[in-house]
Design a protein. Structure first.
Lengths: 115, 114
């Protein structure tokens, strides 16, 4: 089966610009996660969707970050305006139902550099 | 809030030998899962092994096994017969039985010397 797809793979922007990342989860997976991985650190959850509803967005900087998951399939994460500290890899993951012991399948990530 | 600590930023091992990666966590909960994820260079993160807190038996997956010490809140990963393809960042992660998100440690970079 196809894995989690993300695009673009790399993005370079200047601070105060906007950027959007796209994620297509594994077919049939109800739960979708966006993580931020800053260089040298482990991933940090930004937002979790169950179908098209938000389950957890407690660590999403809502003044500049937004995310949506239309029709419970694809998802888009947007940063507007970007700051230097947003430079990171943005990982998308999906799981079947979001159960505690379920495997989360990760995409290849989008590497963002803010200049 | 739960925290996960990996105290070894880097480890190296000779090919075919055994290496152990350390992980400790802090929680007041009794129901949770622990995971080890592998992130090869420029490749996506994959699950290596998982452990349910209520199980006393340590999980094993082929050459990978864990030493789960619940009272000590320790969860180490042992890789036996190390192979060049094991070179990667390894992340320990915690997930509460009541919450949904994974909490990751800082990672350990494992190098395999031929």
């Amino acid at each position: 089966e196809a894995g989690v797809a993300q695009s673009p793979r790399y993005k370079i922007i200047e601070k105060r610009q906007s950027v959007a990342f796209w994620c297509n989860p594994i077919s049939g997976h109800a739960t979708l996660y966006w993580y931020q991985q800053i260089l040298g650190q482990g991933p940090k959850l930004l937002i979790q969707f169950q179908n098209n509803g938000v389950v957890d967005d407690s660590q999403l900087p809502k003044d500049r970050f937004s995310a949506e998951r239309l029709k419970g399939v694809d998802s888009t994460l947007k940063i507007q305006p970007a700051k230097l500290e947003d430079s990171a890899v943005y990982l998308c993951a999906s799981s079947s139902r979001g159960g505690v012991g379920e495997t989360q399948y990760f995409g290849p990530g989008t590497r963002l550099l803010v200049l | 809030a739960q925290t996960v600590t990996q105290s070894q930023p880097e480890m190296s091992v000779q090919e075919a030998e055994t290496v152990t990666l350390s992980c400790t966590y802090d929680t007041s909960e009794s129901d949770y899962y622990l995971f080890w994820y592998k992130q090869p260079p420029s490749r996506q993160m994959i699950l290596v092994i998982r452990q349910e807190a209520y199980k006393q038996q340590n999980a094993t997956e082929n050459r990978f096994s864990v030493n789960f010490q619940k009272a000590a809140k320790s969860f180490s990963l042992k890789i036996s017969d190390s192979q060049l393809g094991d070179a990667a960042m390894y992340f320990c992660a915690y997930r509460s039985g009541g919450a949904q998100k994974l909490v990751f440690g800082q990672g350990t970079r494992l190098t395999i010397n031929p």
